[in-house]
Design a protein around this ligand. Structure first.
Ligand code: GAR
Length: 208
């Protein structure tokens, strides 16, 4: 059984999708053993508590720089004996020392179709604002492995979502979550836990 550690910073709807998938028996071979939040008092922590999942707060604002913060996160991941680390709305960029310790064992859900609308500065509602500004007709979500390059790791799953003429950033965010993020994140986690993800030449192959 793989230990899944979920990193959060906010409302935690993606965490909830993972919890629901776990409780419905969709995630075989893995179990969410810990939730780590970069902020205190976020609703994601309530969600963990409501489902009996242990949690920790490692507050970003208590650390002066990214390296010291990353060392604290790494120490926690090691203590938790994480086999898979999932960024589920985790809004802090960690130093590469963490990624190097967990190569291809960390995944992130991003609310756009990478390589569009991604990289430093593209997070949360901002992504959807930029999508609307650009006027693209199709957006979506991506789950990818985390590497040293922000939003640049091998892509595991993607799902497209139509942009509607009367969308606001908020309505678009909601639809991207409902139609894409909450579906492909549990799928990717399930595939990983069943050892069905293989990386070849920067491409992720999903084994049957
Ligand atoms: C989600 O839309 C997630 O994809 C996004 O933040 C939201 C968090 O919502 N993540 C990023 O933008 C990371 N670059 P949640 O806390 O309800 O899961």
């Amino acid at each position: 059984m793989k230990n899944i550690v979920v990193l959060v910073s906010g409302g935690g709807t993606n965490l909830q999708a993972l919890i629901d998938a776990q409780e419905n028996g969709f995630i075989q071979g893995g179990k969410i053993t810990c939730v780590i939040s970069s902020k205190p008092s976020v609703y994601a922590l309530e969600r963990a508590k409501n489902h009996g999942i242990p949690s920790r707060v490692i507050a970003r604002k208590e650390y002066t720089d990214s390296v010291e913060y990353s060392k604290a996160i790494l120490a926690a991941l090691n203590e938790e004996q994480a086999d898979l680390v999932v960024y589920a709305g985790f809004m802090t960029i960690l130093d590469e020392l963490v990624v190097k310790a967990y190569p291809y064992k960390m995944m992130n859900v991003h609310p756009a179709l990478i390589p569009s609308f991604c990289g430093k500065g593209y997070y949360g509602l901002r992504v959807h604002e930029e999508v609307l500004k650009k006027g693209v007709k199709l957006t979506g979500a991506t789950v990818h492995f985390v590497t040293e390059v922000c939003d640049g790791g091998p892509i595991i799953l993607q799902k497209g979502v139509e942009v509607l003429d009367d969308d606001t950033p908020e309505t678009l965010q909601k639809r991207v979550m409902e139609q894409a993020e909450w579906k492909i994140l549990p799928q990717a986690v399930s595939l990983f836990c069943e050892d069905r993800l293989q990386i070849k030449d920067n491409r992720v192959i999903c084994l049957p």
